[in-house]
Design a protein around this ligand. Structure first.
Ligand SMILES: [Zn+2]
Length: 322
C-alpha cells in the first residue's frame, strides 16, 4: 500500500492541510481560520478537524506520517513549539508533536514554517534541482531558510537562514525581536504597519487605513499594501521603497557570506507583490553583491501550498528516509 502523508502549515491567520502520496501528489486538502484565542489546545483541535476534512476529501483513512510547519521556536527532535509570536496565547513550550502523535496515531515531524516552505520549493517549486539556495519569506515578519549542498540547514540553534534579523542599519528602527536595525524592522508587514501608524499620528496622509477598513480587516495585510501601491499611495510607496532597500542590503550580505546560486522570495507579502517586488529586490542587491557571475533571484512557485507541501515532504522522510 502506498503510504499516505499529511502536511500542515499553521499560519497566523489560517491553517492549510494537504494529503499527499509519498511523491507529494496532492490527494486532498482543507483550509480554515487559525483560532484567535485558546492557545495551543485550540490550534490542535482545529488542526485535527481540518485533517479529518482533508482525509475525507482525499478518500483515505490511515496516515503514515504527518508533517507540521509552525511559526515560533521549534525543537525538531522533540516536536516542542514555544514562543510562537503570531499564534495567540502560544508562549510556553507545548509538545505539539507528541500531542498530534497521540491524536492521530501517525508519526509526526514538526518544523519551522519557513523551513517547511523552503522544503516545498526545493522539492516541487522554484528551487527544484538547485543545491545552494537562500529562501527569504516576506510576511508578518521576514523569515528565511538556507539550503546548502542540497540539504536544508537547521543549524546548532535551529536558526539557520534567519535573514530577517540581519542588521541593515546599526542603531536603526526597533525590530519585533527587541534589537535595532534588523531587516525585519523595515520589510516585515507588522513593522511596516507600526511605522505607518507612527507617521499618520505625526500628520502624514495615506489611504492605507481606509483601504484596510473597506476590506473589513483589522491590520494592514498584503492585499491592503498591494491595493494602496496600485492606487499610487505615497506612504505605501515609501514603506515599500525602504523595505526593498533594506532587503537588497540584507540579502546580498547573506549571499556574500554563504555563496548560493539562487535566492527564492516568497511569503504572503512577497507572493502578493510578486514579480515587480522580486525584480526590485534583485536590483537593490546588486551594489552590495561581492560575488560576480550572477545570483538568480526568483519568486517562489507554490504560493499558499509551499508550507503544507514541505511539511508533507518532511513527513515522507519519516517513513521513507532518502
Ligand atoms: Zn530582529
Amino acid at each position: 500500500m502506498n503510504p499516505v502523508l499529511a502536511g500542515v502549515d499553521v499560519g497566523g491567520t489560517k491553517i492549510q492541510v494537504v494529503i499527499t502520496t509519498l511523491e507529494l501528489e496532492v490527494l486532498g486538502q482543507s483550509r480554515g481560520a487559525t483560532p484567535p484565542t485558546g492557545g495551543p489546545p485550540a490550534v490542535v483541535e482545529t488542526l485535527c478537524i481540518l485533517l479529518d476534512q482533508a482525509r475525507r476529501s482525499a478518500g483515505v483513512d490511515g496516515l503514515a506520517a504527518l508533517g507540521v510547519g509552525a511559526p515560533g521556536t521549534i525543537d525538531k527532535a522533540t516536536g516542542v513549539v514555544a514562543r510562537s509570536p503570531n499564534l495567540a496565547g502560544w508562549i510556553d513550550p507545548y509538545p505539539l508533536g507528541a500531542e498530534l502523535e497521540r491524536r492521530t496515531g501517525a508519526r509526526v515531524s514538526v518544523d519551522n514554517d519557513v523551513h517547511a516552505g523552503m522544503l516545498g520549493e526545493l522539492r516541487l517549486g522554484a528551487a527544484r534541482g538547485l543545491t545552494d539556495v537562500l529562501g527569504v519569506w516576506f510576511g508578518t515578519g521576514v523569515g528565511g531558510a538556507l539550503v546548502l549542498g542540497g540539504e536544508l540547514r537547521s543549524g546548532p540553534h535551529g536558526a539557520s537562514g534567519e535573514v530577517g534579523h540581519v542588521c541593515v542599519h546599526p542603531g536603526g528602527r526597533r525590530c519585533g525581536c527587541g534589537r535595532r536595525g534588523c531587516l525585519e524592522a523595515y520589510a516585515g508587514r507588522a513593522s511596516m504597519e507600526r511605522r505607518a501608524r507612527k507617521l499618520v499620528a505625526e500628520g502624514r496622509r495615506t489611504e492605507l487605513f481606509r483601504i484596510m477598513e473597506r476590506r473589513g480587516v483589522d491590520h494592514l495585510n498584503s492585499g491592503v499594501f498591494a491595493r494602496a501601491l496600485a492606487a499610487g499611495d505615497d506612504l505605501a510607496q515609501d514603506l515599500i521603497d525602504d523595505a526593498v532597500a533594506a532587503a537588497g542590503a540584507g540579502i546580498a550580505s547573506v549571499v556574500n557570506a554563504v555563496d548560493v546560486e539562487a535566492v527564492v522570495i516568497g511569503g504572503g507579502l512577497g507572493s502578493r507583490l510578486g514579480e515587480p517586488f522580486v525584480s526590485r529586490v534583485a536590483a537593490a542587491m546588486q551594489p552590495h553583491l561581492f560575488v560576480t557571475g550572477g545570483v538568480s533571484v526568483r519568486a517562489a512557485g507554490l504560493g499558499d501550498l509551499a508550507g503544507a507541501l514541505g511539511a508533507a515532504a518532511a513527513a515522507g522522510a519519516l517513513v521513507s528516509p532518502a
